[in-house]
Design a protein around this ligand. Structure first.
Ligand SMILES: [Zn+2]
Length: 71
């Protein structure tokens, strides 16, 4: 991930959901951690232990991935 991508944001989706910033999600295709703000929101659901599980489109590989959100 390039440094510039950490500050870039596609916020038209995110503003609606008002997620906290600096949350990272894991792309299982890239094997990389990504700033949630740079991803394209698809869905969010609650996991078995009450954790948030985000389904997103990865800005690097363009594939859909589901990850727990880590802050
Ligand atoms: Zn990816």
């Amino acid at each position: 991930m390039k440094k510039s991508e950490l500050t870039r944001s596609y916020n038209s989706n995110w503003k609606k959901y008002q997620f906290q910033r600096k949350i990272q999600v894991y792309c299982s295709h890239c094997k990389m951690w990504i700033n949630e703000d740079t991803t394209e929101f698809i869905n969010i659901e609650e996991g078995m232990q009450g954790e948030d599980k985000l389904t997103f489109k990865c800005p690097d590989c363009g594939q859909t991935s589901t990850s727990r959100r880590y802050s």
